[in-house]
Structure formats: structure tokens, C-alpha cells
Design a protein around this ligand. Structure first.
Ligand SMILES: *Cc1c(COP(=O)(O)O)cnc(C)c1O
Length: 398
């Protein structure tokens, strides 16, 4: 998945343009910039590649989720449905605006189970946050139908799935709002960065203002601009945007390499009896950033994970025990451990997660292993890796 593997001359050239002009900020300083507007250009290229009307670049993927929620008017006491299997950024962004994270089971897509989502919808629910973990999506039609029926927003966290699609639409551009991360380990990187895409003019305008202290960006005197509402600073720097500009132009090249490497590994593993694969909903195309598969039992999955590591097959994750990506180890969330006092709405409405039953998620995640697909592998290296994986799996499954 990581774009950092291919950091090279193209990235350096874009950064050098910014260094030569010495304007490291994305707004203002029109006369000094030598015509360089890297953040604006990157926004235009993301909109064009994703087919969305608008893109707002931000300082991180977490900032993108926070700004997306804030831009849609989500705030204190509003409830946001999110999956048990995701990155901690999901609940961080929800809590940042005083909203309440409602955890919901995942299914064999490794993403939100629409039936479990329906059961979790209550009078305060405002958003379904669908997280396209490890390169693939939930049944988005089913989630959209729930949103339409209950008057909710569909927010796509496509941080790990840029370049994937669903029914012909780029992931991120199917729901009301979509988010990307360009941190250092994502498919394409800015070093640090993120983006919100939308086709809703109001949400975009809100995102543009909110992420820059409420600046309305009218005229060319920043000091004289007005502030129609309270904002914050989630700006990306021009240096980071420059790296991303070089990288987005290589996205399709990166996706082709990922698909090639993924397909070699997948074809090899298909031949091993007892291995099954994460379900991709009908109409969905992965971005091939991970190959995710299931073992018949939890015990076999644990043994496989250990054996792969012993065999030198790196980059495979057993999420069930992971500190950052699965609810079981989110004790800071479960126990409301924050530096300062949490908002009253959060304290009053947050379910007691120590009493929750997510055994349906456990049944899938405890049997799952996800292997990162790297860009830098040569074709023969991937074939060697495939052989090693097959040998290892056979020792456990025969
Ligand atoms: C990486 C990631 C984020 C957060 O992105 P940052 O840029 O690191 O803040 C959010 N959600 C998912 C699913 C991610 O993988």
C-alpha cells in the first residue's frame, strides 16, 4: 500500500517549486508564489480523479473525518454509527466535535453489517460512518437505503481504499461525504495530509471555512476576511500538498502494481483448502492494498499468523489482538479515559462498551489475517512469497 516506497524525483521537483518560492502556506502571498498553488492543484486533481465536485485538503485523515462531520452540522449529542473494526481515528473524530460513537458489528466484508446498523439506529443517530478497511467496502447500497429511510448522512472513510470503486463510483464519492488520508503509510502520501470530497456545495464551503479558523476566503486580504462561524485550524502545508501532487499522478500506476501483486498471492492461496476470502459486495472493486482471508477457526488463525512470521512473511496482521484497529483493546474508549472532562452529552449517551456483545464481529475478525500488499516487490519476489505462504498454510490446514 505505501506510496513512500516510491518517493522520488517527481515528488522532489514539486517540493522544490515550493522551496524556491519560499511560500510554505496554501493561502495568500499571491505575489511571492511564482504561480505555485500546490494545495489548490491537488484539490482539483483529486476532484477530477474521484469524480466529485469538491475537495478540501486537510492536515490529516483524522482532520478530514472531523471536518466532514463538522461541515455537515454534526455536534454535541449527535450519534455516529461506526464499525468495531477500524482505526481509532473513527471515534477520535466523533468525540472531537462532542458527538457520540456508536459501535456496530462487522460481517464477512470486514466492514459494517447493514443488519446490525439498522438495529443500532436511534432517535439521536445522524450519521453512518462506513470505513472501507483494508481496501474494500460494505454493501453501500444497503447502507444508503437505511440513510434515506431514516434521514441520515452516509460518510465514507476511504483512508485505506483510495482508488477502489463501488457500482462505477470512486470510493469516497458514493456517500454524502468521503475522506482520504495521505499519511506516510497510505497508498499515496503527502507525508501527512488528508482530504474531504463531496458533491454538496454547502458542506464544501463549510469545510473550506471551518478548516481555516472560519475564514470566508473572500477577497485577497486575509486580515479583512470575515468569519461567518467558529472554526479551527486543520490546514495542510504547501510542502505536504506538493508531495501529494506528485503522488496522485501516480495513483493508477500504484493501483496496477497492487492489483498484480494481490492477484498472484490470491491465486496461490485459492488453491489451499480451508482458506476463504473477505467478501467484496457485488459491484465493488477493491484497491488491492491488502489481501484478507479467513482460517476455519480462531486457533488456526493464531497458529497461521505465528507460522507466517516465523517463515519470514512480513506485513501480515492479526487484527483481533491489535491495539489500534479492533474494539477489544480500546480500553481508553471503553473506560472514558481522557485528559480533561468529556462533554456531558458524551458521558450521558455513550453506551457502556464493557458490557457490549460484539461476538458477531469476533467470529470474523478472530479468524482473519490481512497481508499488506507492497509496491516495491518484484514479480519473482511475489511468487516466492506466495510459495512460502502456501507451504505455511498447508502445514496448518492439512
Ligand atoms: C489512516 C487512517 C485514518 C487516519 O488518517 P491519519 O492521516 O493518520 O490521521 C482514518 N481512518 C482509517 C481507516 C485509516 O486507515
Amino acid at each position: 500500500m505505501p506510496g513512500f516506497e516510491f518517493f522520488g524525483e517527481k515528488e522532489k521537483k514539486e517540493v522544490q517549486d515550493v522551496l524556491d518560492s519560499s511560500v510554505l502556506m496554501r493561502y495568500g502571498f499571491d505575489g511571492m508564489r511564482n504561480g505555485h498553488w500546490k494545495a489548490k492543484e491537488l484539490e482539483a486533481e483529486i476532484s477530477s480523479r474521484m469524480g466529485s465536485k469538491y475537495t478540501q485538503l486537510l492536515s490529516s485523515g483524522t482532520a478530514a473525518l472531523t471536518v466532514a462531520l463538522a461541515s455537515a452540522g454534526i455536534g454535541a449529542g449527535d450519534e455516529v454509527i461506526m464499525p468495531t473494526f477500524t482505526f481509532v481515528a473513527s471515534f477520535e473524530s466523533i468525540l472531537a466535535i462532542g458527538a457520540v460513537p456508536i459501535l456496530v458489528d462487522v460481517d464477512d466484508t470486514l466492514t459494517l453489517d447493514p443488519k446490525a446498523v439498522e438495529k443500532a439506529i436511534g432517535k439521536n443517530t445522524k450519521v453512518i460512518m462506513s470505513v472501507h478497511m483494508c481496501g474494500s467496502m460494505a454493501n453501500l447500497d444497503a447502507l444508503k437505503e437505511l440513510c434515506d429511510r431514516h434521514g441520515l448522512l452516509l460518510l465514507e472513510d476511504a483512508c485505506q481504499a483510495i482508488g477502489g470503486s463501488y457500482k462505477g463510483k470512486a470510493l469516497g464519492n458514493y456517500g454524502d461525504l468521503g475522506c482520504f488520508s495521505f499519511d506516510y503509510v497510505k497508498t499515496i502520501t503527502c507525508g501527512e495530509g488528508g482530504a474531504v470530497i463531496t458533491n454538496n456545495e454547502k458542506y464544501h464551503k463549510n469545510a473550506d471555512h471551518y478548516s481555516d479558523h472560519g475564514h470566508n476566503h473572500v477577497g485577497n486580504d486575509r486580515g479583512a476576511e470575515t468569519h461567518p462561524f467558529l472554526g479551527y485550524n486543520y490546514r495542510i502545508s504547501e510542502l505536504n500538498a506538493a508531495v501529494g501532487l506528485a503522488q496522485i499522478r501516480r495513483l493508477d500506476e500504484f493501483l496496477d502494481i497492487q492489483e498484480r501483486n494481490y492477484t498472484i498471492l490470491r491465486n496461490a492461496l485459492e488453491a489451499v483448502g480451508g482458506v476463504t476470502f473477505r467478501r467484496v459486495p457485488e459491484g465493488g472493486v477493491e484497491n488491492y492494498s491488502f489481501l484478507s482471508f479467513f482460517l476455519p477457526t480462531k486457533e488456526k488463525a493464531v497458529r497461521t499468523q505465528n507460522a507466517l512470521s516465523t517463515a519470514g512473511v512480513d506485513g501480515c496482521f492479526y487484527w483481533f489482538d491489535n491495539n489500534w484497529h479492533y474494539y477489544r483493546n480500546w480500553d481508553h474508549l471503553t473506560n472514558n479515559i481522557s485528559l480533561g472532562k468529556l462533554p456531558a452529552e458524551v458521558l450521558n449517551q455513550m453506551p457502556d462498551y464493557s458490557q457490549s456483545n460484539f461476538s458477531k464481529s469476533d467470529q470474523w475478525i478472530s479468524r482473519n489475517i490481512s497481508c499488506l500488499i507492497k509496491l516495491g516487490w518484484s514479480e519473482s519476489e511475489v511468487h516466492e512469497r506466495a510459495e512460502k505462504m502456501v507451504e505455511t498454510l498447508k502445514t496448518i490446514l492439512d
